[in-house]
Design a protein around this ligand. Structure first.
Ligand SMILES: Cc1ncc(COP(=O)(O)O)c(C=O)c1O
Length: 387
């Protein structure tokens, strides 16, 4: 199988698996226990926390491990709203600004809070899938509680100006917290929470060859948000539940390797992406959805010329690639199971047709040029059949 869906998840690195194994077998202690076995677990957990913190310029006390990116996003968004309510505000007095192109793990917690009366504004994105900071500025007010804008879009690969978003927010609505879902940014662009001046930031391990089921939420020192999980004093009272030491160790190992191999990975991704773009641009049937500028090197999203679209069935297209042994997606399939039009492409102003009939190719350190050639071969064959 040729795997070109690395934005959905990545293959676990063998070295990560090796690092985790002892914590599934002999080092099974509870990190809160005071005896030796527990202390081993605690040491491993805290080392993992330091590693993840260092990767984004944070301090270890600013990182809490979660069950994944979805939980971290839910914690950031609901935790901020509940904290404001704890401080005496009513939900009706709170206001969240996000974008229409966010992952469902941001959009749905916002919708959940809307059902309690929290005002939610979804900023438009432009045709390059980026938020306009001027539009953000015009929406900020004394009521704004939270601004949550993703660093990198998971379907298109566009990079948002998160530093500028934080700067404008601090300037115009200093009471508001700024959160970014940086899941697709980790391992693709440098992240420095101090430089970005961000308050809350979400990461997930399985997008960087780490294990599934673990993520992290950065909470800037001094900021209090309400926990999502009550029932234990773990994670400095910010997330109840016995810590998953093995997965934390795996996350840290994945991050360590990512940093050690940074230069070669960046070069590898860049060469492959530009090769793919070059080849796609030679095909008159193809229209790129991913912009050339301000996008990561891991994602290429494209659709087809207008006159070809009626002949294409988006779902059948993906199944056809699957039958040819190639795993690609349309970017939104991972959450739906059945093919819904992509809300991201719709937010970019593309029609329903394009939102149903686009393909996302996402690559990683494991992708080879031959994989892309095999994909391009099938794509060319399909185009000939449709002509
Ligand atoms: C941008 C973005 N946010 C959130 C998530 C959800 O993360 P997790 O699978 O770790 O819950 C994903 C993964 O699909 C993502 O790409």
């Amino acid at each position: 199988m040729i795997y070109l869906d690395n934005s959905a998840t990545t293959k676990l690195d063998d070295r990560v698996r090796e690092a985790m194994l002892p914590y599934f077998i002999e080092e099974y202690g509870n990190a809160s226990s005071i005896y030796d076995l527990g202390r081993h677990a605690r040491i491993a957990l805290e080392e993992a926390r330091t590693t993840v913190a260092n990767a984004i310029g944070a301090e270890e006390s600013e990182i809490i491990f979660t069950s994944g990116g979805t939980e971290a996003n839910n914690h950031a968004i609901k935790g901020t709203a509940f904290q404001a309510r704890d401080k005496g505000k009513r939900f009706e007095q709170l206001s969240i600004i996000t974008s229409a192109a966010e992952h469902h793990a941001v959009l749905e917690p916002c919708e959940f809070l809307s059902s309690f009366g929290v005002a939610t504004t979804k900023l438009n994105v432009n045709d390059r899938c980026q938020v306009d900071t001027e539009e953000l500025a015009s929406r900020l007010s004394a009521d704004t509680t939270l601004v949550s804008i993703m660093s990198v879009n998971n379907e298109i690969g566009s990079i948002n100006p998160v530093g500028e978003i934080a700067r404008r927010t601090k300037e115009l609505a200093p009471q508001a917290l700024v959160h970014t879902d940086a899941i697709q940014a980790l391992g693709k662009i440098a992240i420095d929470v101090k430089e970005l001046n961000i308050d809350l930031l979400t990461l997930s391990a399985h997008k960087v060859h780490g294990p599934k089921g673990i993520g992290a939420l950065f909470i800037r020192r001094g900021i209090m948000i309400e926990p999502l999980l009550h029932g234990g004093a773990q994670e400095r009272n910010r997330r109840g539940s016995t810590e998953n030491v093995a997965l934390a160790v795996g996350f840290a190992k994945a991050v360590t390797i990512m940093r050690e191999e940074w230069n070669e990975r960046m070069a590898h991704l860049s060469i492959l992406k530009h090769y793919l773009l070059h080849e796609l641009k030679t095909m008159p049937e193809i229209v790129l959805n991913t912009p050339d500028e301000d996008s990561v090197n891991s994602i290429v999203n494209f659709t087809f010329q207008k006159d070809l679209l009626p002949k294409i069935d988006g779902e059948a297209l993906l199944i056809r690639f699957d039958l040819e042994g190639i795993a690609v997606s349309n970017g939104s399939a991972c959450t739906s199971g059945s093919l819904q039009p992509s809300h991201v492409l719709m937010a970019m102003g593309k029609g329903d047709d394009v939102a149903r009939k686009s393909v996302r190719v996402s690559i990683s350190k494991d992708t080879k040029a031959d994989d892309l050639d095999a994909f391009l071969g099938v794509l060319r064959k399909l185009m000939t059949e449709l002509a």
